[in-house]
Write a protein that binds this ligand. Structure first.
Ligand code: 4GO
Length: 252
């Protein structure tokens, strides 16, 4: 897959992608990431990319000319039809479903704005879709763009080894993750749950699913409400609800 990022700070993208799973995806060629700097599409000696907002008010707005030229230059390196996505707090909330959808594409263009944002006409002319990583305001779109790249890269074929298949991820089945433990067996007086030492893989799988269902119900009930759970997960949730009604309080 090829991803292009339009950014005033190309090193912020390149440096952040050098590490871990994404770094290896790049090294192996399964993912390619390029950048395009709008400043390279200016004509004045000061290489000006921002200007004062029409209507007044604080802050600066990205000038449309250099932004759109950068978007077009980056898009020209991608397969035709690659979506042009801008990261902004006004966008649709980015989810694992978006990550899966984008990971199925050969190309993706991400546009990271700065200052107060882009001239609205650039969004009209050069952006297909706006995504937001959450309800907070950041000083630039680079961290959201990196978030999207990370979430997408780890879903590309061959990027995670089979021993760490993304099929087992929290959210791949719409539930939160179960708790994880490694050695030692007792740490600062806290023991690893006995079932995980039992070697009984059916029991372990059942325990993990129960933990995932109970935690999700406790912490993020909206992930369960309004959807159908697989039968075994639903059975575990019913067990949890029955125990809760009995006043037990040792789950999730
Ligand atoms: C994206 C971009 C927040 C998000 C941003 C988000 N803030 N929640 N700020 O995904 C305009 C200039 C957008 C700075 C950028």
């Amino acid at each position: 897959m090829q991803i292009e990022v339009v950014t005033l700070f190309p090193p912020m993208i390149a440096e952040a992608l050098r590490f871990g799973v994404v770094g290896r995806a790049l090294a192996s060629g399964r993912l390619r990431v390029g950048t395009e700097d709008p400043r390279d599409h200016t004509c004045d000696p000061h290489r000006t990319v921002d200007d004062r907002p029409y209507g007044g008010g604080p802050g600066m707005v990205l000038k449309p000319g250099p932004m759109l030229a950068a978007i077009r230059a980056a898009a020209a390196r991608l397969p035709a039809g690659s979506p042009r996505v801008c990261l902004s707090a006004q966008g649709e909330r980015f989810t694992q479903a978006h990550a899966r959808e984008l990971a199925g594409l050969p190309g993706l263009l991400l546009v990271a704005a700065r200052y107060e944002g882009m001239d609205e006409r650039v969004i009209e002319l050069g952006i297909d879709r706006e995504l937001s990583i959450g309800d907070y305001v950041l000083s630039g779109g680079e961290l959201p763009a990196l978030t999207v790249i990370d979430a997408v890269a780890r879903l590309l074929p061959g990027v995670l080894g089979d021993e760490r298949s993304s099929a087992f991820d929290s959210f791949s089945d719409g539930l939160l993750d179960w708790p994880h433990y490694t050695r030692p067996e007792v740490f600062e007086g806290l023991e690893v749950p006995k079932v995980l030492l039992s070697g009984n893989h059916a029991d372990i799988d059942r325990w993990r699913l129960a933990q995932a269902v109970w935690r999700t119900w406790r912490r993020r009930p909206e992930l369960i409400l309004g959807r159908e759970l697989p039968p075994e997960a639903q059975r575990l949730l019913n067990e949890f609800l029955a125990a809760e009604a009995d006043g037990e309080d040792d789950r999730g």
